[in-house]
Design a protein around this ligand. Structure first.
Ligand code: G1P
Length: 301
């Protein structure tokens, strides 16, 4: 039987330059999708999947993430004294020991960020969450992966199809046999040049890996973009251990891009009973206005 996945690593040291100036002093992981920061969705997904220890690989300027998951003494006391409920803070208090923070001191790549957590991960399988990838599903993405992992063990990545024009932004899978939600991984390439991708199946920001990857990362040389790539280290495990992609049954938003981030906010707000109906009316009005402007010859297209 596969060893249980108890630990998860959240690499959150990135500078978030695509969202400047919003991310000048606010970590990109703290940008909200409607009313919760992105990182909290990933943490909730991890807890739902049975993860017990959350390891954040942070960097300078990321203290807001630590504060978010801490006790907020002034806020909680003030709200309580005013007779206000604390329900909005649900899920934001992590117990000491259940969350650990380590720093990646230099931006040497995702592979290096994961390697920074090696002492805390130790010698057991672990999950990785890239919080930019916002996954909405019931059960959540990692729970679906853990369920699959309990059947086949080894290494798992969340695999999703994208438009072939987008593959150069991602890790891409060379797929083998497919069995239900599982696809055998025969090869992996990080950010292939346009026209050279082995498929349109990408690595979508969720992983369950065996601890051997840490030893491989130790000697992993820089790859795409001059960075130490997790994808390259994973590729070296193929053939030595089972390796599968899991097709996530749910919705995925790439919140590392402005479009994906706006789509996530819109879709989630639309699904909320308190604001969804009004937003739908507003969206309809906007589209009708645009169509009317086009008809009146106001469009510059
Ligand atoms: C990282 C990984 C890549 C993966 C992607 C998912 O890339 O290196 O393999 O497909 O996340 O979002 P990044 O977005 O950090 O460039």
């Amino acid at each position: 039987m596969a060893a249980r996945v108890r630990k998860a690593v959240f690499p959150v040291a990135g500078l978030g330059t695509r969202f400047l100036p919003a991310t000048k002093s606010v970590p990109k992981e703290m940008l909200p999708v409607v009313d919760r920061p992105l990182i909290q969705y990933a943490v909730d997904e991890a807890l739902e999947a049975g993860i017990e220890q959350l390891i954040f690989v942070t960097g300078r300027g990321k203290v807001a993430i630590e504060d978010h998951f801490d006790v907020a003494f002034e806020l909680e006391t003030t709200q309580t004294n005013r007779g206000k409920p604390l329900s909005a803070l649900k899920g934001t208090r992590l117990k000491p020991g259940d969350c650990v923070f380590v720093r990646q001191q230099e931006p040497l790549g995702l592979g290096h960020a994961i390697w920074c957590a090696r002492e805390i991960v130790g010698n057991e399988p672990f999950a990785i969450f890239l919080p930019d990838e916002f996954m909405v599903g019931a059960p959540g993405c990692m729970k679906q992966m853990v369920d699959a992992y309990e059947q086949v063990g080894g290494n798992m990545i969340c695999a999703l199809e994208v438009d072939p024009s987008e593959t150069s932004s991602y890790g891409v899978i060379d797929p083998g046999a497919r069995n239900g939600a599982l696809t055998e991984v025969r090869g992996l390439v990080e950010k292939p040049k346009p026209g050279t991708a082995p498929s349109n199946l990408i690595v979508a920001g969720r992983y369950i890996l065996q601890p051997d990857v840490m030893r491989i990362l130790e000697t992993q040389e820089a790859g795409a973009g001059g960075e130490i790539q997790l994808t390259d280290a994973m590729a070296r495990m193929i053939g030595t251990q089972p390796f599968h992609g899991v097709t996530f049954n749910g919705d995925r938003y790439d919140c590392g891009s402005k479009l994906g981030f706006a789509e996530a906010n819109f879709a989630l707000a639309m699904s909320m009973p308190d604001i969804g109906p009004k937003l739908r009316t507003f969206a309809r009005q906007l589209i009708e206005q645009e169509a009317a402007t086009d008809l009146a010859g106001g469009s510059v297209d």
